[in-house]
Design a protein around this ligand. Structure first.
Ligand SMILES: [Mn+2]
Length: 458
């Protein structure tokens, strides 16, 4: 038995407002079929969720889907799919229709969906070829099970699904479960709950192969659970991850030989970064960026079959003049002309010098020195206290030391008011107000709120 396992095709994915980029997802999908599905005479193709980028499939994406599915159908290769979070149907109460179900109804793919039974919220029923519906299907010695996208309820769903599988699996067949979920320890979004490995492992006694999807990077577990990764990166943050398709061969004794294939047409990406610190004027930044592109930029060769790259250029560091003086458009156009890139993205993450804290400071300097310097810089941002920034910074440190030493609050207050004497009067005079304004922060409060703000600036 031989099959191809793909996931996260994301047909119809739109990025950067580029028509070409949408076609990339089709090219990858088409190339994989032509290069690996057809010549290898596979018995079936598995699509483990997120075939489409969105539930409301646009006409172009539907064309892209049908072209590939028709090629498979003409070759007699069944395409077996489950829904992912991106192309999942709405609740059946709202509408029983979905494009994945339509494609299944037209015989272009076989969408495997659990149903809900009388006794259990998850029931698995055999494929019905007349109705084009079912939760599992028998093909070429395999029994393939589908599942829904369970999202954060995956933990509760797995034991119920496990019970249903125990009933429906067939001894002697190669049992495959298609599952769209992150697995703990292998996710790209550590903040989002994923299925614990222990829970997944409970399925080991029931199925021979878990066909995973959802995580856009490749990984496999114990030559048993396999996640191929997205066909194409859906965001530039994914471009460094390994992704591809699994070509799987299973012998009569159910030994698995899974090969991860990455050689198909993919859009190349490149990330460049330029430090603007110390640049005297916008021209210097412009020239620096262009030099960088000339030396390191990925140049597209129009003769080659490889697609033109998408390049992202990020400006970092401390900018010595106004942001608005940077001509980002000119940089983009020049970089594009030099490389022949499909698209150049410019991102400005530099921080204007007036907001820069401890600019140019040795990061290995002693902690006390760095602390004093940071507080001093924060205080100096307020013109009213600029001339006494050093003195006030020392005061902040002293007050902090007393607080840490559990000195009485009154004593600390005394220390501060003594040091500030004269200053509050001065400030009130400048503002033309006899009483200190409620909005007028004391230097200590200004420094403390500046410290809070600095957490954001970093
Ligand atoms: Mn996805």
């Amino acid at each position: 038995m031989k099959f191809l396992h793909i996931a996260d095709v994301h047909l119809g994915c739109r990025r950067y407002n580029l028509k070409e980029r949408t076609r990339d997802f089709f090219r990858a999908w088409h190339d994989v079929i032509v290069k690996y599905a057809l010549p290898n005479r596979i018995d079936f193709l598995l699509i483990a969720g997120d075939f489409f980028d969105r539930r409301n499939v646009d006409p172009q994406a539907m064309n892209h889907a049908v072209i590939g599915l028709q090629l498979l159908k003409d070759a007699g290769i069944p395409a077996i799919a489950i829904e992912g979070n991106h192309d999942q149907h709405t609740s059946d109460e709202i509408s029983p229709y979905s494009w994945m179900r339509s494609l299944s109804g037209w015989g272009l793919l076989k969408l495997l969906e659990p149903t809900s039974g009388d006794r259990s919220p998850i029931a698995l029923v055999p494929w019905n070829e007349e109705e084009h519906k079912g939760s599992y299907i028998d093909v070429a010695g395999a029994r393939i099970f589908g599942s829904h996208w369970y999202g954060s309820s995956i933990n509760a769903a797995i034991p119920i699904l496990t019970d249903a599988l125990r009933q429906a699996r067939e001894e002697g067949r190669f049992n495959i479960l298609m599952l769209h979920t992150d697995i703990e320890g292998h996710t790209m979004r550590p903040m989002i709950p994923a299925l614990p490995l222990a829970k997944l492992n409970e399925l080991k006694q029931l199925v021979h192969y878990v066909a995973l999807g959802h995580t856009h990077k490749n990984f496999s577990l114990d030559n048993w659970a396999f996640n191929p990764g997205a066909l194409e990166p859906t965001s530039i943050d994914e471009y460094r991850e390994e992704r591809g398709v699994y070509l799987v061969e299973v012998d009569d004794r159910h030994n698995i030989k899974a090969e991860h294939i990455r050689d198909y047409v993919q859009r190349p990406f490149q990330r460049l970064s330029f430090d603007v610190s110390g640049a005297k004027d916008p021209d210097e930044v412009f020239n620096g960026v262009i030099e960088k592109v000339k030396h390191e930029g990925r140049v597209h060769n129009p003769e080659s079959s490889e697609p033109a790259p998408i390049i992202e250029i990020t400006l970092r560091g401390h900018l010595g003049f106004k942001n608005s003086l940077l001509n980002m458009n000119r940089m983009r156009e020049e970089a594009q002309a030099l490389t022949g890139a499909l698209h150049v993205m410019m991102r400005n993450q530099s921080v204007p010098v007036e907001y820069a804290i401890a600019a140019g400071m040795d990061v290995n300097a002693p902690r006390e020195e760095r602390e004093l310097r940071i507080i001093e810089d924060l205080i100096a941002r307020d013109n009213r206290y600029k001339s006494r920034a050093h003195e006030f910074a020392q005061l902040v440190i002293k007050a902090k030391q007393q607080a840490l030493g559990e000195e009485e609050p009154e004593k600390i207050l005394e220390l501060i008011s003594q040091a500030l004497e004269g200053q509050t009067i001065e400030a009130a005079e400048i503002s033309g107000d006899a009483k200190p304004d409620d909005n007028q922060q004391s230097p200590t409060a200004a420094a403390l709120s500046a410290i809070e703000r600095s957490a954001v600036i970093q």
